[in-house]
Write a protein that binds this ligand. Structure first.
Ligand code: PLP
Length: 437
């Protein structure tokens, strides 16, 4: 219970719903972070959203910076998306056969993306990554995957692996139920560490199918990598006959239409997407050159399929959302707005000498209770998350909704306007004053 600042928001209805949901779902939720384990109080059950606002079951209104964990770059309930989805829904929900809508979305994407020539739609980011890994293995005829500590790629078995002891070792599973033999195919090393990458290629010559990295690692804080490091990954994979996979499930269509790859000016071999591409409905995608994609079934020997892949209603939402993103100046406005927001928070915390930093890129931001530059998972001080807990509660009490974990990034959407960003800043300033009291 807040003993400072504003009174806690009412949560009776959410708490009641949570009691019920605990009977139905492990932890009362259908995805773990939603259970509010890392912050105060019971999870808020959301009833509706509009623009940059959400309302919970108790009628509390929040300015939302979670945006369904990234997909809602235009905000909630966007009229153009609703209109297109409603129109397409009138024709039926799913056919399991090709539709013109898949062509339409593919054309929209490929016309404005110079990194990929052919794509495959799937239904989630996890599925996109899982398929990309299989494709990389099938294409290179190698088994090992190199990933980085602090990058999340969905709940793919072979990527639920954390670093073992030692600079370059086989990973250890980070979830029960993942066979050790799977983890043995995954090498996990720190971000921003060239020596570890070189060492991995030395220890496992001709065995590494691919290096996978998030376009910008944004699932364990925001761990922005230098261009030189990313370029190094491009160069070494090329030299060693491995592929470079950019997981752009968060950064794709977020940093710009062509995501982090374009931002760095680097062309990975395979790219994975999700979130924004579905406009809030379940869509994922992976893509590569026509040559690499020719290995995917039915053209090639790498099997991959899906009952609801390319679902027409989901395609409709994607078409409507991506059409808006292609409007001239869209990303410039969104990114400038975010930068101004972030800079004024930083001016405030610098003036007050608070140990607090905002890391940001494009319209992604991460609040960290630190005064250090953070580039790797190891750089994050876990004890600082206690401060985040208080911050999160104080922000909720002031009508601001952030994802319920200090390791999660926030997103500014096109629907956040000046008034809401000003209100958010004031709430942040007041909340930080309480955290650092
Ligand atoms: N890859 C990245 C970079 C992600 O951030 C996520 C989800 O947050 C995934 C993959 C998995 O996507 P999904 O949750 O849609 O399965």
């Amino acid at each position: 219970v807040s003993t400072t600042g504003k009174p806690d928001i009412p949560r009776e209805k959410s708490a009641e719903l949570y009691e019920k949901s605990k009977k139905y779902f492990p932890g009362g939720v259908n995805s773990p972070v939603r259970a509010f384990k890392s912050v105060f109080g019971t999870p808020l059950f959301i009833e509706r959203g509009d623009g940059c606002y959400v309302w919970d079951a108790d009628g509390n209104q929040f300015i939302d910076f979670c945006g369904s964990w990234g997909p809602l770059i235009l905000g909630h309930n966007h009229p153009k998306i609703k209109e297109k989805v409603s129109e397409v829904m009138q024709q039926g929900m799913s056919f399991g056969a090709p539709t013109a809508l898949e062509n339409e979305l593919a054309e929209l994407i490929l016309k404005s993306n110079s990194l990929i020539e052919k794509i495959r739609f799937v239904s989630s980011g996890t599925e996109a990554v899982m398929s990309a890994i299989r494709l990389a293995r099938g294409y290179t005829k190698r088994d090992k995957i190199l990933k980085f500590e602090g990058c999340y790629h969905g709940h793919v078995d072979s990527l639920l692996v954390k670093a073992g002891s030692g600079l370059v070792t086989f990973g250890e599973t980070s979830s029960a139920g993942v066979p050790k033999s799977f983890a043995d195919e995954t090498i996990v090393i720190p971000l921003n560490d060239r020596t570890a990458v070189e060492e991995a290629f030395k220890q496992f010559p001709d065995q590494i199918a691919a290096i996978i990295i998030e376009g910008v690692p944004a699932n364990n804080g925001l761990l922005i990598q230098d261009k030189e490091f990313v370029q190094f990954l491009r160069d070494i994979t090329q030299q060693k006959g491995s592929l470079l996979i950019f997981d752009e499930v968060i950064t794709g269509f977020r940093l710009g239409f062509e995501g982090a790859a374009k931002h760095y000016g680097i062309k990975p071999d395979i790219l994975t997407y999700g979130k924004i591409i579905g406009g809030g409905l379940p869509v994922g995608m992976y893509g590569a050159s026509a040559e690499i994609m020719s290995n995917v079934s039915p053209d090639g020997a790498v099997y991959q399929a899906g009952t609801l892949s390319g679902n027409p209603v989901a395609m409709a939402a994607g078409i409507a959302q991506l059409t808006e993103l292609l409007r001239s100046g869209f990303y410039k406005d969104l990114n400038n707005k975010t930068q101004e927001f972030v800079e004024s928070i930083q001016r405030f915390t610098a003036a007050k000498n608070y140990k607090f930093k905002v890391f940001s890129i494009g319209s992604i931001f991460w609040f960290a209770f630190t005064d250090k530059d953070i580039k790797t998972a190891e750089d994050i001080d876990a004890s600082s998350m206690e401060k985040f807990k208080v911050f999160h509660r104080e922000l909720l009490n002031r009508g601001i909704y952030l994802g319920p974990s200090g390791y999660e990034v926030g997103f500014v959407s096109a629907a956040h306007n000046k008034t809401e960003l000003e209100k958010t800043k004031r709430a942040i300033f007041d909340s930080l004053d309480i955290v650092f009291r």
